[in-house]
Design a protein around this ligand. Structure first.
Ligand code: ASP
Length: 597
């Protein structure tokens, strides 16, 4: 190799050794006679000293070096002179006295600092991603991602799983999003689809006798750009034969617990993972992916205020809506400005508004609460007893703040769940060193799609219904529970899966219920139904969002920070400038003509 050691590995033990290093100039300092170069490679930074008295030529070359030049230097590792050690640098006790050096490749001035964690506009970072990835934080993220996938592979290998690669060009798979299509040159007018997930293929692998499959799989979904999504993302995809729900969930619990304990021992995992039913999660947190690092649970107050004189409350209930709230402990002294902010947040989410009830500024038990202490626009329409009852239900004390929203149930839940999240962060209850995993279960199998006027799968059409609910498929589909489960962590859904249907008869019944004609079923899913007729074993599985898991472990806010070359929110690749136009010839070969819009 062009180097004998890496920059970051040198320490006192190497003193006296002659080493050859190669890397980037992280910083250059010219101190009159001496030139100091902080030389950086993947492992870290070490100081190289160019002394004209030792080598005039080296000193001369060093004077031409600039940040991000790729250089090579050989010399002896020595202890730094007393008092000049740098305790912040792992190599800070030593330096290398250069006797030979060469510039391997100069560099233009980079568009942003590589050696500092400065704020840089994301589009610039993405355009020059190869420079961005040189920065310490991104390098750490790449490394962590590698460790996570390696951990997963080793863990599952030890459990008897085998990794099977599945095709990228397949047939459209219904996972609820739009497919990316690949036109076929050899078959005019026909298309492959990129997999939204390897769902059908992994099920066929169970029919094929693989029994325990996994894959670090790339998935593609052409969704409208929403929040923190990527058109291509990575799943840990997994499927097992002869399993029940708890087999998959126990495996997940062990995987996550040992992963965090091994890779991030400084983080704490709440064990055992709680199991929440979908209904329970919705009732207590207003969402099926609550952040369980803190309480601040939602309570329904409708019965308490249904008969009150406060029109916002009683009219919401009269119209079939609900009145629900949370308690913000110790926030009874919130200023008008702070309350306005919260109200704005709620309005921005589409709710009618926020009703706040301050239980005074001094703390104490509810017993001592008087009318004079209460501050609220609703105060004069509510009795002290009603306020006390609400406070009691929300677990509030004097000095707390009740945050209440009235309206349509769905909207109230959504707005309160966001508000809960906001308050959890404001009150610093969301401990960044805590990992609160949980399983959400007992989802309904189907949901009514108003727009399309038909049933749709809550998860996907391969999810099995509860055995005892199967008869309800004919009479009350809305009551059928699905054998579906989600894994959540710190307010994110990080995965989901199910026990599957494994008989052709039930699968066909389900497709029919979803509004497919028999002919459509045969064209789109005939291969699955046929496979199920050849002794398909009972099976189930799960898929986990790898990007999100690494993001959480890295303490990052978006998955783009843990993907080497991500797309922008507008699905653009700024490094390659994709998507891009193609030539007429390419289109002609694919039998395509662009439409005039
Ligand atoms: N294929 C499903 C998904 O991507 C997960 C599963 O059911 O295993 O959501």
């Amino acid at each position: 190799m062009l180097k004998s050691h890496s920059c970051g590995e040198l320490n006192k033990e190497h003193v006296g050794l002659k080493v050859t290093l190669a890397g980037w100039v992280d910083r250059r300092r010219d101190h009159g006679g001496l030139i100091f170069i902080d030389l950086r490679d993947r492992e870290g930074v070490v100081q190289v000293v160019f002394n004209p008295e030792i080598s005039k030529q080296c000193h001369q070359i060093a004077s031409e070096m600039r940040n991000e030049y790729v250089v090579r230097a050989s010399g002896e590792v020595t202890l730094r002179p007393l008092g000049t050690e740098n305790p912040r640098l792992p190599t800070g006790d030593v330096e290398v006295i250069a006797r030979e050096t060469e510039i391997l490749n100069p560099s233009k001035t980079p568009p942003f600092y590589i050696n500092e964690e400065t704020e840089v506009e994301e589009s610039l970072r993405l355009k020059y991603r190869y420079l961005d990835l040189r920065r310490a934080r991104m390098k750490e993220n790449l490394l962590l991602r590698h460790r996570v996938t390696k951990f997963i592979r080793d863990f599952l290998d030890a459990k008897g799983f085998i990794e099977v690669e599945t095709p990228i060009m397949i047939k459209s798979t219904p996972e609820g999003a739009r497919d990316y299509l690949v036109p076929s040159r050899l078959h005019p007018g026909k298309f492959y689809a990129l997999p939204q997930s390897p769902q059908q293929i992994k099920q066929l692998l169970m029919v094929a006798g693989v029994e325990k499959y996994f894959q670090i799989a790339r998935c593609f979904r052409d969704e409208d750009t929403r929040a923190d999504r990527q058109p291509e993302f990575t799943q840990l995809d997994l499927e097992m034969s002869y399993v029940m729900e708890e087999d998959i969930l126990n495996l997940m619990e062990e995987l996550f617990t040992s992963m965090v304990e091994t890779l991030k021992p400084e983080l704490r995992v709440i064990k055992p993972f709680p199991h929440l039913s979908y209904t329970d999660a919705m009732a207590r947190y207003g969402t099926d992916k609550p952040d369980l690092r803190f309480g601040l649970e939602i309570r329904d107050l409708s019965d308490i205020v249904a008969q009150s004189d406060f029109s916002i409350f009683h009219s919401a209930i009269a119209e079939g809506g609900r009145v629900k709230g949370i308690c913000a402990p110790g926030c009874g002294n919130y200023t008008r400005g702070q309350l306005d902010e919260l109200n704005k947040l709620v309005l921005g989410l589409g709710a009618g508004g926020l009703v706040t009830i301050s239980l005074g500024t001094s703390t104490g038990s509810l017993g001592g609460l008087t009318v004079e202490m209460v501050r609220s626009v609703a105060a004069k329409f509510l009795t002290l007893d009603q306020i006390r009852q609400m406070a009691q239900r929300l677990g509030a004390k004097r000095g707390d703040l009740l945050l209440i929203i009235a309206g349509k149930s769905k909207l109230v839940d959504m707005a309160l769940s966001e508000l809960r999240q906001e308050m959890g962060h404001r009150l610093k209850q969301a401990d960044p060193n805590l990992f609160a995993f949980a399983f959400i279960e007992n989802f309904p199998l189907l949901r009514w799609d108003e727009g399309a006027g038909r049933w749709d799968s809550e998860h996907h059409p391969f999810t099995a219904p509860w055995n005892e609910d199967v008869p309800l498929l004919d009479t009350a589909p809305e009551k059928v529970r699905g054998r579906h489960y989600d894994v959540i962590c710190n307010g994110y859904e990080i995965g989901g899966g199910s026990i599957r249907i494994h008989t052709a008869e039930l699968q066909r019944k389900l497709f029919r219920l979803l509004g497919y004609s028999d002919e459509e079923i045969d064209i789109r899913f005939g291969h699955m139904l046929e496979a199920f007729e050849y002794g398909a074993p009972p099976h189930g599985g799960i898929a986990l969002g790898l990007d999100r898991i690494v993001m959480l472990l890295a303490g990052e806010e978006t998955i783009r920070e843990v993907i080497a070359f991500p797309k922008t929110q507008a699905a653009m690749d700024l490094t390659f400038n994709a998507p891009s136009p193609v030539t007429e010839e390419q289109l002609a070969e694919l039998h395509l003509r662009l439409r005039e819009e």
